[in-house]
Design a protein around this ligand. Structure first.
Ligand code: NIG
Ligand code: FE
Length: 402
């Protein structure tokens, strides 16, 4: 029975309802079999832990390990030429309608094998892990045939064998209409998205189902058909909603009990109320907002007032958010969206875990949860959001997976 105690830590437990950040100034964390068995002030550590192995945090800050709850980490190629075009004045939508954008990544992704796709994702994954991330959501959505979508999901699963990371997959065949189905989105849903979902589910490759509800992607009616199938299979849903316009996607997602609705720049009051009622997490993606030079910010004050949990993620992808730093996403969420640093850290821990349905296991330093703790060379937890392009991670505790 492996028992170990972390001592001399300043602990931001991120537990709800306590002091800011759930802060314990001079704390200890007792771990048994990879789970948190006790957490509190060091001088209150129960005597039963006296004989356990001890590791000193040396006064460092301990937080829950980070969770990146929205990424497109697996893909082929890159889109630097599209970046240049946008700088010359073309919009993301214009590029997409001209056959660039997501569809250009589809061609590059189809041309690669499962192993090569996983290898190509590793530098991006390593950048996230270097910042204390231990859980990453990875979407399909650049295959857009049954076989290529399954290949992407297998590549995502493969990452767990290559690195110390937990991967949660989302089946995102409803990301774009592929060229061979141009003008026939409904047929694409019937012939690819729905049968592919069944195959992904049968193979245990999909932890959730996602979609892109937008003028350049799928209508609410089309997404509803995708969600109905997902629910029939017992798969949780999430949605890229209200990114470039307001189609009522977030409310649709909430009606289907979605884990999260993501982006949300164009979210309105009705959408906020629907999300609040369903407990759907708002996943904010400031990297995409920044890259696309959006001007409309998500209604953070409204979300906050309604008590909608807010997560922050990188949206790491080759087009709208070539961002492989969750710390930078947290900084951007504060500076661009006016989250507080406490909300940003909660957004990359507690609420990110919730957006993946993992809130019972991860996201706070509380008894019963998995012991996945990040140690930082900072004085105060606000520093994690305050610095720009600086990584103060010291390491993970426990150092080895239990
Ligand atoms: O989350 N919004 C749609 N999907 C991605 C963009 C993917 C891409 O441009 O390749 C996003 O922003
Ligand atoms: Fe995305």
């Amino acid at each position: 029975m492996k028992r170990v105690v972390l001592t001399q830590a300043r602990i931001a437990t991120m537990a709800r309802g306590g002091p800011p950040y759930g802060l314990v100034a001079d704390g200890a964390i007792a771990v048994e079999e990879g789970r948190i068995a006790w957490v509190g002030p060091r001088d209150a550590l129960p005597g039963e832990w006296a004989a356990a192995e001890r590791v000193s945090a040396g006064g460092r800050l301990a937080t829950p390990a980070l969770v990146d709850c929205h990424t497109h980490l697996v893909f082929g190629g890159e889109r630097a030429r599209e970046f240049e075009k946008r700088l010359q004045g073309a919009s993301y939508e214009e590029i997409a309608r001209a056959g660039g954008g997501i569809v250009s990544t589809v061609a590059a992704t189809r041309a690669m094998g499962e192993e090569a796709l996983a290898e190509a994702a590793l530098p991006r994954l390593d950048a996230l892990l270097a910042e204390g991330v231990t859980t990453v959501e990875v979407k399909s959505g650049y295959g857009l045939t049954v076989e290529d979508e399954l290949k992407m999901l297998r590549a995502a699963r493969r990452l767990e064998g290559l690195r110390r990371v937990r991967v949660r997959t989302s089946y995102l065949a409803a990301h774009a209409v592929p060229p061979e189905y141009r003008g026939r989105a409904d047929a694409y849903i019937d012939e690819v998205v729905l049968p592919g979902m069944e195959a992904a589910h049968a193979a245990g490759l999909a932890d959730a189902v996602d979609g892109f509800c937008e003028g350049i992607a799928f209508s609410p009616d089309q997404i509803a058909r995708v969600f109905e199938k997902a629910r029939a299979l017992g798969l949780p849903v999430k949605l890229h909603a209200e990114q470039l316009s307001n189609l009522g996607g977030a409310a649709l997602a909430a009606r289907h009990g979605a884990l999260s609705a993501d982006h949300l720049e164009y979210l309105d009051e009705e959408g906020i109320a629907a999300m609040a009622g369903a407990g759907t997490v708002a996943v904010l993606l400031p990297g995409a907002f920044y890259t696309l030079r959006e001007e409309k910010v998500p209604p953070v004050a409204g979300l906050r007032a309604a008590g909608v949990p807010m997560a922050v993620a990188t949206d790491c992808n080759p087009g709208s958010s070539p961002l492989a730093s969750l710390l930078l996403a947290m900084n951007m969420a504060c500076t661009l969206f006016r989250l507080t640093p406490e909300e940003a850290l909660a957004g990359a821990t507690r609420e990110a875990a919730r957006a993946l349905g993992l809130q019972a296991e991860l996201g706070t330093i509380e008894v019963g949860k998995r012991a996945e703790i990040a140690l930082w060379d900072v004085e105060h937890p606000a520093e994690l959001s305050y610095r720009i392009g600086f990584n103060p991670l010291h390491g993970l505790f426990p150092g080895e997976p239990a």
